[in-house]
Design a protein around this ligand. Structure first.
Ligand code: ADP
Ligand code: ASP
Ligand code: MG
Length: 412
């Protein structure tokens, strides 16, 4: 029988009622003749609560135990979903990551899926089971320990299962009815896209649009998974939601497809380091070793053989960066005057494959921000995106102004 993957995010399984609702949607697809793999998230808020408990217990926690704790939310919803389906006379069974097994690397809290042998679940399908309910977000390391895939990781579980089982489609059910030109919570005029290219979705996701985890889009692109985002709250037709697909399948589009933002960023400046070959390698090597995810980088103009180095990173990694730089200085790898942290910045980005052939997008973006009196602190660009770092208090304003200026409320 053809296989379908259906993933339900946290808000879609937040209560027993919502689980019932989601199970009904699953029942509809089973009735059409699909064997269904359902991937569930933890109930909304649960993972945050678990992460909070870990942090409260141990500030410099052991990541293996972090994973043991934070993976547990999904176990609950998987069991409840299987029970709900059984109550509806749909033969269903729950699976935790290690039972499948979802084999991952041992990078705890940010593991990558290496393989999903389909045999165990396939054997159950052959036996008459119609729905395998799999706990998202989790797997098992080569050492046999539970791992998690990073926040939002259930999306990646879903796409990886779709690839491993050659599913006809991977449907991501969430609390919005598709991918929008920007987060509809920030811009009410945001418009739902019927289709978006893998490349654009990949950029939007990695620049902060949390509707899909970045890695899930990467996998879908690589394995040609038919990926759809749709609402679990509304009755859905077969062409509802947003299809993430190859750019060739999209007939018309705007130069800018969407605006993404990332609220909790920090800008750090290492003041007065030697301007010599190898200095960037020394600084960013030490930051990487210290577990800091550096995003943007600017090296300022040197004066008398000294220069300042600026980077951005998630605001909750400022402390780690400080520790890493102090250690590097102590080890004699670098020397510097001081490390300044600006913890009140956000990143706003415009994304669109149309930028490959259209000039002037950057100039327009900067003009719009200047007209709003928003100062740009750092800029980075790539072929299909432009990102700026600005004061966090102007983030919403900037997103709305850019959405307006690029007329994203109108179809291209
Ligand atoms: P789930 O719990 O179902 O995984 P998430 O909260 O992870 O849901 O992702 C859905 C949320 O993503 C939406 O509620 C929305 O606020 C946010 N979002 C951010 N950018 C976008 C976008 N461009 N399109 C749609 N939703 C977006
Ligand atoms: N529950 C996990 C999280 O909140 C995984 C997910 O929902 O995708 O990050
Ligand atoms: Mg999510």
């Amino acid at each position: 029988m053809p296989v379908l993957v259906m993933k339900f995010g946290g808000t879609s399984v937040a209560t027993l009622d919502r689980i019932r609702r989601a199970a009904k949607r699953v029942g509809v697809e089973v009735a059409k003749g699909y064997d269904v793999i359902v991937i569930v998230s933890a109930m909304s808020g649960k993972t945050n609560e678990l992460v909070g408990w870990v942090n409260e217990t141990s500030a410099m926690y052991d990541a293996r135990e972090y994973d043991a704790v934070v993976s547990s939310g999904e176990n609950v919803t998987a069991g409840l979903m299987a029970l709900t389906l059984q109550e509806m006379d749909v033969p269903a069974r729950s699976w935790q990551g290690w039972q499948v097994p979802v084999q991952t690397t041992s990078t705890h809290a940010a593991a990558r899926i290496e393989a999903i042998p389909p045999e165990n679940i396939m054997a159950k399908f052959a036996d008459g089971m119609r729905v395998a309910v799999v706990a998202g977000f989790q797997g098992v390391s080569p050492e046999g320990r539970i791992t998690t895939l990073g926040r939002g990781g259930s999306d990646t579980t879903a796409v990886a299962f779709a690839a491993a089982f050659e599913a006809e489609r991977c449907d991501i059910y969430t609390d919005v009815d598709g991918v929008y030109t920007t987060d509809p919570r920030v811009e009410a005029k945001a418009r739902k896209l019927d289709k978006i290219s893998f490349e654009e979705m990949l950029e939007l996701a990695s620049l902060g649009a949390k509707v899909l985890q970045t890695r899930s889009v990467e996998l879908a692109m690589r394995y040609k998974v038919k990926l759809r985002v749709l609402s679990s709250f509304e009755e859905q037709s077969d062409d509802a939601g947003t299809l993430v697909c190859d750019e060739e399948e999209i007939m018309e589009s705007n130069v800018v497809a969407g605006v993404a933002f990332s609220r909790d960023e920090a800008k750090m400046t290492l003041v007065s380091v030697a301007d010599r070959p190898g200095i960037a390698a020394a600084i960013f090597g030490a930051l990487s070793e210290g577990g800091v995810n550096v995003d943007m980088i600017v090296q300022n103009i040197a004066e008398e053989g000294r220069t300042d180095m600026t980077w951005s990173c998630p605001v909750d990694q400022v402390k780690r960066a400080d520790v890493a730089m102090k250690k590097a200085a102590k080890d004699g790898v670098i020397n510097y005057d001081e490390l300044i942290a600006d913890e009140g910045v956000a990143k706003v980005s415009v994304v669109g494959i149309g930028m490959r052939s259209h000039t002037g997008v950057a100039a327009k973006m900067f003009k719009v921000l200047s007209d709003e009196g928003v100062n740009i602190k750092v800029i980075t660009t790539s072929e299909i995106k432009i990102s700026v770092l600005i004061d966090r208090k102007y983030m919403e304003l900037a997103v709305q102004a850019l959405h307006d200026a690029f007329e994203l409320d109108k179809a291209g």
